[in-house]
Write a protein that binds this ligand. Structure first.
Ligand code: BGP
Length: 487
């Protein structure tokens, strides 16, 4: 067997991109509800797509629009979850990765008591998963912080947010004990630098000085790392069988040439990408970053006890998203660029790119698995990987997404290759197993699912679910535990 018998095959979604129902049953407004679909911005222009200004927030708070604020409608999982979970079960899913929207439980983040209707919704979802024999893998924070905390507290740059988040986690652990065993703390914790507003609620306009902005981001990161350790502590206290993982974006960077200067640049990017797991797995900040803080004169308030907490409550496993690899070059300015959700980077001439400029690199996934396992010897879980594509419905009503099948097949084989070299891989959840609203561009047309959802970028459509060709293909992969890939 190329994949272990208990391999957790499945898919991933996130509350803010699928649920919709943004203002019902007591839900508060989150950072996702102020993000807009921007039809006039180039879809490869990553910086503009993610940017949210104070004026944007003010405007969003006055508006009930659900067309351009596309995450407010998502794919309406809130009202379709039973049907969707039944379809996931039909594919044979062993697991579903999903998130709990903080604002359903604490609408502003700072209430004394949780919102019962929000808690009840996830009771139903988790029970439905259990009824289908699907193990939930729950992300506690997936780009969903209450907008109130952004405005009243400077987001995660404020220490008070740690306590509020930990309280939210404790409420979830107590309520969903017995239903949820696997937890992830922060989705792509490293994205704090790519889109500080969405990840930690930092509004760039409030920090005109670049160094001050960077310092605030590191402060916010420290608070998240601390909150992650505390969440791990309470998960274990409240749910003895709980397994807690960190979640990072694996951004493997290659040097453009064997020029040591290129290699040095790539090395530094890779080392930066490992910072987050170094802290969450090894339980301490590496010396190089402490030196960096000191050299820059950054004041990152590590209060008494912080370092002990981070050291005591490390994660059980490492989860990561993998979409593309990157290239670094000392001649970057002169090179052709590609887009992506990570940053605009140097184009790799050996790789194809998606319509959104993401470079497709299955070999990079194998290297990433080897790299992480060599460094930490912790079980790994690929919790996001997939191809965004504007699928078309054929005249006969079918959706022939062979490109997606090819993408997945090559990535699954890369995982098998890493497993064959001794890497411990717990599972794989594709992003996203059903079409939903894109995190970066707020488009519906950037489709990832095995299941098509009939809604377009302007929220026109019936929301009807339709199986794509990849649906039956993935079903077969799961049924044969990966062996069908080799037939
Ligand atoms: C990751 C996020 C997801 C997700 C995915 C695809 O960065 O964790 O939320 O959506 O990327 O990105 P996009 O939706 O922008 O295509």
């Amino acid at each position: 067997m190329r994949f272990p018998n208990n391999f957790l095959w499945g898919g991933a979604i996130a509350a803010n991109q699928c649920e919709g129902a943004w203002n019902i049953d007591g839900k508060g407004m989150s950072v996702a509800d102020v993000a807009m679909f921007k039809p006039n911005v180039d879809k490869k222009d990553y910086v503009s797509q993610w940017h949210v200004s104070p004026e944007d927030i003010a405007k969003a708070k006055q508006s009930d629009d659900v067309v351009y604020y596309a995450k407010r409608h998502g794919n309406d999982f809130y009202h379709h979850y039973e049907e969707d979970i039944a379809l996931f079960a039909e594919m044979g899913f062993k697991t579903l990765r999903l998130s709990i929207a903080w604002t359903r439980i604490f609408p502003n983040g700072n209430e004394d008591e949780p919102n019962e209707k929000g808690l009840a919704f996830y009771d139903k979802v988790f029970k439905c998963l259990r009824d289908h024999g699907i193990e939930p893998l729950v992300t506690l924070s997936h780009y969903e912080m209450p907008i109130y905390l952004v405005e009243a507290y400077e987001g995660w740059a404020s220490r008070e947010v740690v306590d509020m988040f930990v309280k939210f986690c404790q409420v979830c652990f107590k309520r969903y004990k017995g239903l949820v065993k696997y937890w992830l703390t922060f989705n792509e914790i490293d994205s704090v630098f790519r889109h500080p507003f969405t990840t930690v609620g930092i509004i760039e306009e409030n920090y005109p000085n670049k160094d001050k902005a960077e310092e605030a981001i590191y402060k916010a990161l420290h608070h998240q790392l601390l909150a992650s350790a505390l969440a791990t502590k309470y998960a274990k206290q409240i749910i003895p069988e709980a397994q807690v993982g960190c979640m990072v974006t694996k951004t493997l960077t290659y040097p453009e040439t064997c020029n040591p200067e290129d290699i040095y640049l790539a090395y530094k990017d890779n080392r930066m990408n490992l910072l987050y797991t170094d802290v969450q797995v090894r339980g301490k900040y590496p010396l190089w970053i402490k030196k960096y803080f000191a050299d820059k004169g950054f004041d990152i308030p590590m209060l008494e006890g912080d370092e002990e907490i981070i050291a005591a409550y490390t994660v059980d496993f490492i989860s990561f998203s993998y979409y593309m690899s990157m290239v670094q070059s000392i001649n970057a300015e002169k090179r052709e660029k590609v887009g992506g959700n990570l940053a605009t980077g140097v184009k790799n001439p050996y790789l194809d790119t998606s319509e959104w400029g993401w470079q497709i690199d299955p070999k990079g996934l194998e290297i990433s698995l080897l790299d992480l396992y060599d460094r930490y010897q912790k079980p790994l879980w690929i919790v996001e990987n997939g191809l965004g594509y504007n699928d078309k419905i054929e005249e006969d009503g079918t959706i022939q997404d062979d490109y997606r099948i090819e993408y997945f097949a090559s990535h699954f084989k890369a995982i098998a290759a890493a497993i064959a070299q001794g890497v411990e891989v717990m599972g794989y959840t594709s992003w996203a197993c059903i079409d939903l609203v894109s995190a970066s561009t707020s488009q519906m047309s950037k489709r990832y699912g095995f299941i098509y959802v009939d809604a377009d970028d302007y929220n026109q459509g019936t929301y009807k679910r339709m199986k794509k060709k990849s649906f039956d293909w993935y079903k077969q992969v799961i049924a044969t535990n990966g062996e069908s890939l080799y037939e």
